[in-house]
Design a protein around this ligand. Sequence first.
Ligand code: S3P
Length: 435
Amino acid sequence: MRVAQETVVKPASALRGALRVPGDKSISHRYALLAALADGESTIVNYATGADCASTLACLAALGITVTRRPESHPGGTTLRVRGQGLRGLSSPAGPLDCGNSGTTFRLLAGVVAAHSFASTLVGDASLSRRPMRRVITPLAQMGAGIEAAPGDRAPLTIRGGELAGISFSPDVPSAQVKGAVLLAGLQARGRTTITEPGPSRDHTERALGAFGAEVAIVDRQVAVEGGQRLTAKTLHVPGDISSAAFLLAAAVGLAGSCVTVHDVGLNPSRTHLLDMLRRWGARIDVDLRDERDGEPSGAVTACARPLGSLEITPDEVPNVIDELPVLAALATFVGELRVTGAGELRVKESDRITALVTGLRAMGAHAEELADGFHVRGGRRLAGGCVDARHDHRLAMAFAVAALGASAPTRIDGADAVAVSYPTFFEDLERLRA
Ligand code: S3P
């Protein structure tokens, strides 16, 4: 099936087979940025193929970093060579740094350029320009960067960087992007930078810093880095993105007679809560942990269909599965029931994922209810299909596609081309798994 502006997804009887998914988006951004700050040339194998990670590379190129692509031995992936310029070694960009749709590019890059003695302006698309940036402005300004934002503390941000001083910072929300921005600035600052999070968030920045040879002190929710540690260029392997695999695994759980295996997928414990939740819901999930390269565990995950009961995701669990909530909602339309609260952060993702998700699922015939900070979906009634609007949000497009598999008639998804942001071959892979 060709991915166009709108895509039609037909119902499926079952999904079966094994595949790999593109490299992990969160890990790819961090490896590219740290490779740029390292001394010497790094090689990144299986760099994520989506538009978000391409935005990070385009920004690095504008900051004077040479990136070359090698033909890939890894199926479908890309191998990059990144010539690092050392800490605070980027050059002043000639124009704005375009982060596209990518919140991770924007926030992590803000931390990187804040330590450089030049001005840069970070811009993004319409969706990114609506997202809150106060969360990175506050700590980076405390460290000594001069930052001007558009009204409401949104993009574009103009950052006048320079010599930063380490800080102790406690963000209001758990966020790996904020933690990452502060650690990347802290690595290039004078003294020690400590960040204490109110809840857990993915720990890829910490692991990636370790892979490049930096020491990071971690005690419970507190992470500290000493400024000025030189990074050593490396060859790194990016495992498959479990947040992309989530769509196919969830579909396999929901469609009777299905069994899907995803190979070489990242199994970092800060990202695998989805698998625990699927099990708690009643699913059969088998994990075969095979490797731990560069501090990131990986292996194969198999999901097979099972009838589901009710699942409640509580506010303290939300940060662990924030990117998977749309597909869990889609799965709940097949059978069972899902209630999520404390997920207000979903409203400031690539779209307002609470309103857009509930509106879309209802348009397909689901029992779905919007809550102030979450949603409630009850399954058991076959969806009718129809038309839904993914609002240019990649995870919504894929979640609606999963829901569409269980419908009685085809579903047209408007804005489905947004899958290019994280999983360009999603629709092709879905087609291959149809039994
Ligand atoms: C990400 C962190 C999360 C997540 C996003 C990727 C990262 O965002 O939703 O898709 O790579 O650091 P927050 O840091 O805003 O929670």
